[in-house]
Design a binder for this molecule. Sequence first.
Ligand SMILES: NC(=O)c1ccc[n+]([C@@H]2O[C@H](COP(=O)([O-])OP(=O)(O)OC[C@H]3O[C@@H](n4cnc5c(N)ncnc54)[C@H](O)[C@@H]3O)[C@@H](O)[C@H]2O)c1
Length: 354
Amino acid sequence: MGYKVLITGAAGYIGSHFVEALIDSDAFSKGSALPQLSFLDDLSTGHLEFVNTLKAHALQRGFPEPKFYQVNLLDVDALNEAFASAQPDAVLHFAAKISVAESVERPEFYFENNVKGSKNLLSAMKAFGCKRIVFSSTAAVYGKVLDPVLAHQPLLENTPFNPINPYGESKLQMENAIREAHSEWGLNSVIFRYFNAAGASPRGSLGEWHEPETHLIPLLLRAAIGGRSLQVYGTDYDTRDGSCVRDYIHLSDLASAHLLGLSKLLKDELLGSTVFNLGTATGNTVLEVIHAAEKVVGSAIQFEVHPRRAGDSAVLVADSSRARNELGWQPIHSSMENILKTALQWERRSQSTN
Ligand SMILES: NC(=O)c1ccc[n+]([C@@H]2O[C@H](COP(=O)([O-])OP(=O)(O)OC[C@H]3O[C@@H](n4cnc5c(N)ncnc54)[C@H](O)[C@@H]3O)[C@@H](O)[C@H]2O)c1
C-alpha cells in the first residue's frame, strides 16, 4: 500500500501544479506502490478541467485513480466522509479564497472560509489520526513592513507580522491554528510563505485561471494579446524605477519545495512546525516585468499610470535561505523569461479554446 496524500484546493492554480509535479516525481513510491492521491475542492474558484487533466495524467503514469471529493471545508459532515474514505497520511492544504480586494469587501466571508474551513480540516485530521500537513501561506502575513531598513531588504521568516487586509490576516490565523495544533495534539507542519506565484506548467495543460484575475502577469499578457492597456499603480516609490518590486516565483519551483517538505514530513524528518519563505531574493519592478513581457510577446505593451493603491508596499522580496539550507531547495525555473514564456503559452492556449 502506497502513501495516501490528500490535496485541498487541487482544482486551483497552485494546487493543480503541485499535483502534476507529484505525479511526475519518482520520490513518493513505497516499495513499488505509488501514492493514492485524493483531491478535495468545492470548485468555487477551481476547475473540474484541472481535476480531469490530473486524473488522466496520474493514470497514464501508473498511479491508482485519484479520488475527487467535491466538498466545501465548511461542510463538516462531507469533510469527515471524505477523510473516512481517503484516510490520508499527509495533507497539502492549498484551498482558500485569495483575493485581497474581495477580502476587504467581505471580511467575514474570508475568516469563515479560510480560518473556520482550516480549523474544520485540522479537526478532521485529528479525528482520523493524520499528523502531517504542508500549508500554503503568503508574504501577505508580513503585510506592510514598518521598519524602514527591513522594508528594502529580502524578508526573513522572523519579520514581524503586520497583515494589512483581511486576506493576509486570515492566512496568519490559519498559520496560528496549525502551530497550535502541534502543541495540542502533535501535528507536524511545513508552512510555506509564497511571494508572487507565477508562470505555468511547461506542458501547457495547466495555468493561471482566476476569475476575476488580479495578478500582474496574466493581466499584462491578456492586455498584450488583446491590444488593451494595463493599469500600473504608482511609479513614485523609492525603488530603482519608481514602480513596486515583487518577487516572482515559478509554479514549478513552488511545487519542488512542496515535494521536499512533504518528503521530510513523511519520513518524520521535520517535527513541530517549520516556516519557509519561498522566493528568489531578486525581485522585479512592475515596469521591468512589462518590458520583459514586451520581448517575450514581441510587441509594445500599453500601460496607464494611476496613483498608488492604499496598502501596497514598495518592496516585497523573500530571503529563502532557510528553504535552500534546510530543504536543499533551489529555484531553477524562476527567471522572468521562463515565467513569462510559460504563462504566455497558457494564455494563448486558453484563449484559443474559449
Ligand atoms: N496565487 C498566489 O500568488 C499566492 C501567493 C501566496 C499564497 N497563495 C496561497 O496559495 C493557495 C492557492 O492559491 P491559488 O492561487 O491556487 O488559488 P485558487 O483560487 O486558484 O485555488 C484555491 C482552490 O481552493 C478551493 N477552495 C476555496 N475555498 C474552499 C473551501 N472552503 N472548500 C474547498 N475548496 C475551497 C477553490 O475552489 C480553488 O480550487 C491559497 O491558499 C493562497 O492563499 C497564493
